[in-house]
Design a protein around this ligand. Structure first.
Ligand code: FMN
Length: 321
């Protein structure tokens, strides 16, 4: 039984990392996440949706936890198309991405590329929302070029029935550099009429407690890299949940083995599998006493037998720690 918390934790979407294989394994081995957000799906130039994106949001692959799928769309036609596709899968909340910072995306007027154009955001919401049954939430950054942009966007959002807004207070230009701007978060929190979720750089209990003190009445928090680096983090933050996990090392090993087995079932060829597991270890290595060494061992593996040996060695060192 999970202890009731006074706050909620959401798993952030990370392309290539928090796919349904990861999410499903996570939900079987760890506790503390209230809602899982899927990395964005989008329409390609010919109007179709990639089969890997379809598989990731397919309801049968996501039935063990509460999933909020995410879409990337820069015009109402695309937003409505993607929302309908997801509504057909039974989803009741869908997240619109206004945060992706990469020029390949923003140059097409997608993700945070829309933030300097509040009128376009208003047009899309005006045209789309009457045709949508599900709840729409938004995940956004502080701006494309400057955090001044977010205040006009906030004003537009206030005129629409948005379910909640997740705010990562960095501008796109920063990517993940510098520190999240808590002042901008507080100012948006003050101005916005919708529930506001904080996202950015939550990695430790002390860091989280400081944020909770400074950001007053914020009650929902989204965490990405912090969870990937330490899958126990949500239970650590939700005081007391950790004691429900019988054996930390066994849990980590079971989680790893399940991720590996699930990828091996869907990926063609061992080199794809190894690449996927190296990505997994680029974060997972941080639970080991010497992360750099743990990652290096796995990265060097040229076949599955070598990979298994590197993993066994990492867990052996963890057992000594
Ligand atoms: C490799 C990578 C991929 C990401 N993919 C997405 C995505 O598909 N959709 C999205 O809204 N945010 C995406 N993000 C941003 C994260 O959801 C999150 O906002 C960011 O990592 C900051 O939170 P954190 O410090 O807790 O990780 C991505 C971030 C990274 C590093």
């Amino acid at each position: 039984m999970e202890k009731q918390s006074t706050f909620r934790i959401y798993l952030a979407p990370l392309q290539e990392s928090t796919d349904y294989i990861y999410r499903r394994a996570y939900s079987r081995f760890f506790v503390g996440i209230d809602k899982y957000f899927a990395p964005y799906i989008l329409r390609q130039n010919d109007g179709s949706v990639k089969s890997s994106h379809q598989r990731d949001i397919n309801a049968t692959n996501n039935k063990e936890y509460l999933l909020v799928p995410q879409i990337l769309a820069g015009k109402s036609e695309d937003l409505i198309f993607l929302v309908k596709l997801l509504e057909d899968q039974g989803y009741e909340e869908i997240n619109w991405n206004l945060g992706c910072p990469y020029p390949m995306v923003t140059n097409k007027g997608l993700g945070s590329g829309l933030l300097p154009f509040p009128d376009q955001i208003k047009k899309i919401l005006t045209e789309s929302l009457p045709q949508i049954q599900s709840r729409i939430s938004i995940k956004m950054r502080a701006g494309l070029n400057s955090s001044d942009e977010i205040f006009d966007v906030t004003e537009v959002l206030n005129d629409f029935p948005i379910h909640e807004v997740i705010f990562h207070p960095r501008i796109a230009k920063q990517l993940y550099k510098g520190v999240p701007d808590e002042l901008v978060f507080s100012e948006v929190k003050h101005r916005i009429r919708h529930p506001l979720v904080y996202n950015g750089d939550i990695e430790t209990r002390d860091g989280f407690n400081g944020l909770k003190e400074r950001l007053g009445d914020t009650t929902s928090w989204m965490i990405g890299r912090g969870v990937l680096k330490n899958p126990f983090l949500p239970s650590i933050l939700k005081d007391g949940l950790l004691s429900e996990i019988r054996n930390e090392k066994e849990t980590l090993r079971g989680f790893h083995d399940e991720v590996l087995l699930s990828y091996s079932r869907i990926l063609n060829g061992n080199s794809h599998l190894l690449m996927k597991m190296v990505k997994f270890w680029s974060y997972f290595c941080f639970v080991f006493p010497d992360p750099h060494k743990a990652f290096k061992g796995v990265k060097k593996a040229v076949n599955i037998a070598k990979y298994d040996m590197a993993v066994a060695e990492n867990f052996r060192r963890l057992n000594q720690g």
